[in-house]
Design a protein around this ligand. Structure first.
Ligand SMILES: *Cc1c(COP(=O)(O)O)cnc(C)c1O
Length: 421
């Protein structure tokens, strides 16, 4: 059954969600690939960017490009105000207690490395345990492995069941007085599983452990409330929330951030520097923001979050749920196709393998039809090996995708499978 952009089921339920108008804000959605209209279904790798966010860059560089915090001139004041405005917006976006708890990083990866190198390096000792999960992205595995090799603590892995949901019984039994940190993603980028992070935080805290949540896939798709979750640390990336690359966020509880030593040294992060009397450090957040940050990117991130809130985070979640349900039903009709990740709570990610067809071949051929999906290990090799595969195809959805696009994708998929089998 064909769908048009203006006749979506959600449109009837939610008059605010005007898909055609929303799509028109994204210039890239007007382009063609190999002579076909682009259908962009690789949103879990990076999301596309609305014009209002793109405009920040030309506006910043043509009107108020200046280094922040130090200047006394007008341009520096304007840049500082816009930069700090994003910090306020992120505070609201995450429902943080205080804007000083928002640290700007290069992305989720750097945020996790910051916690590992600052908190972890001073707190983790031989005999201690860090729990991660089978669902983790490499960026929430490798920083802990690097540090464990140095500090001698142990990493334990929370297993998943056959649907790709975390085994909560196993989680409870892995927790002990030795557990110092639980580091898990909120939503799995490879399977779309939504993890019960609030319940996991409560359990971790019963053992005196902290919880770090990798929110790279949650922040784009659902309302996040760090106080309700009781997260000790929460990280996400700009380029997955309709913002630019090169910027991300670390939220931390104030007492933890206050007590943590700086990670990188340089300008911006000091109070006084002296060769004789030693150096004293600035308070949070500046203590963790050494050097000139990605100023335009931070300002653009603020604009992206403003865009999301303008559309409505709940409305985006609801629409992506409609897309996921429709796509799941449609691909389940494809002969020999198996979905990986069928957890009861899922975000808009559809990972699958097809009997007799390599993921790589499907990805390359479907690109010829204008459809962008991801193929490979999705930076989650341990998880894929657990399911006995090296690669999957992954279609992932965002606010601007349509039911028509999903139908075109499934038609293209059937054609491609016919070609390679
Ligand atoms: C994308 C992603 C990351 C890494 O984010 P970067 O922007 O590359 O730092 C980490 N975890 C998950 C779940 C992701 O999807």
């Amino acid at each position: 059954m064909p769908h048009t952009a203006t006749e979506t089921p959600l449109k009837r339920d939610n008059a605010r969600y005007d898909l055609a108008a929303l799509r028109s804000e994204f210039p890239v959605l007007r382009r063609e690939v190999h002579g076909k209209p682009l259908i962009y279904l690789d949103n879990a790798a990076t999301s596309q960017t609305p014009q209002s966010v793109i405009d920040v860059f030309s506006d910043y560089y043509s009107r108020y490009n200046a280094n922040i915090h130090r200047g006394l001139h007008t341009l520096a004041d304007e840049a500082t105000a816009a930069f700090e405005g994003t910090r306020q917006r992120v505070k609201g976006f995450l429902n943080a207690e205080d804007a000083r708890q928002i640290i700007f990083t290069r992305g989720t990866t750097e945020a996790i490395n910051l916690v590992a190198q600052s908190w972890g390096r001073t707190q983790l000792n031989p005999g201690d345990e860090v729990l991660i999960s089978m669902l983790e992205h490499h960026s929430n595995i490798v920083p802990w492995q690097l540090l464990a090799a140095e500090r001698g603590f142990t990493i334990k892995v929370i297993p998943v069941d056959e649907r790709g949901a975390l085994d909560m019984v196993a989680y409870r039994s892995l927790l002990s007085e030795r557990t110092k940190l639980v580091a898990v993603n909120h939503v799995s980028n490879a399977l779309g599983t939504i993890n019960p992070v609030k319940e996991m935080a409560t359990l971790a805290h019963q053992y005196g452990a902290l919880i770090l949540i990798d929110g790279a896939q949650a922040a784009p798709h659902q309302r996040v409330d760090v106080q309700d979750i009781d997260a000790d640390f929460y990280a996400f990336s700009g380029h997955k929330v309709y913002g630019p690359t090169g910027v991300g966020v670390l939220y931390g509880k104030k007492a933890l951030l206050d007590a943590m030593p700086p990670w990188q040294g340089g300008g911006e992060m000091i109070d006084t520097v002296s060769f004789d009397a030693g150096t004293t450090y600035a308070d949070i957040p500046h203590k963790f923001e050494a050097g000139t940050p990605a100023i335009a990117e931070v300002i653009a991130l603020g604009r992206a979050l403003e865009w999301m809130e303008g559309v409505g985070v709940e409305a985006i979640s609801a629409w992506e749920g409609v897309l996921l349900d429709h796509a799941t039903q449609a691909v389940n009709q494809v002969d020999g196709l198996h979905i990986l990740g069928t957890a009861p709570h899922k975000a808009g990610v559809l990972s699958f393998v097809v009997d007799g067809a390599h993921a790589q071949d499907i990805g390359l051929l479907i690109d010829q039809l204008g459809v962008a999906i991801r193929t490979g290990h999705h930076c989650a090799q341990p998880l894929l090996h657990h399911f006995g595969v090296e690669a999957t195809c992954r279609a992932s959805f965002a606010a601007y995708n349509t039911l028509d696009e999903v139908d075109t994708f499934v038609t293209a998929l059937n054609r491609v499978i016919g070609m390679v089998r």
